[in-house]
Write a protein of this length. Sequence first.
Length: 158
Amino acid sequence: MKRVLMTLSLMFAAAALFAISAKVTYAEGTAAARLKSGRAEDVRIGRAYDTGDSIRTGRDGEVELDQAGLVIRIGPSTVFTLLEKEVGRKPRSVLAVTIGAVRMKYAMLTGTEPLIQSVGCVAGVRGTELTVWAGSDGATRFIVDSGLVSVEAFGKTV
């Protein structure tokens, strides 16, 4: 019994260590967060959101997050979720845009840039500025200001 409790506590501690978070640096208009626990709250400057948390902006809402050198600007009428995926036994950040537009700007390339996910595709990003737009019909548009994007759709790189 002791061994089981110790194993469980180590697993929860490891999960907390690998949680990928982003801190709100700017918020305007209507913006709400749905935490992975299911609880809802208004987005506020200085609050950090973790893996599994979602942010939804209204027509007048905008939110800016900082994730260790990556600036994420969530536009109006957008649903955005912080996820993670294990790649090579290491957690990798996944930025999921369900609908709306999100703009990303990298302060520096680290080699561990996040994956970008929409309903229709997953993209690997190596760049400095990018906007992802996800439509209600499942369409996704990537607008690359500078850098490189590799897009995978239906299991193939396109």
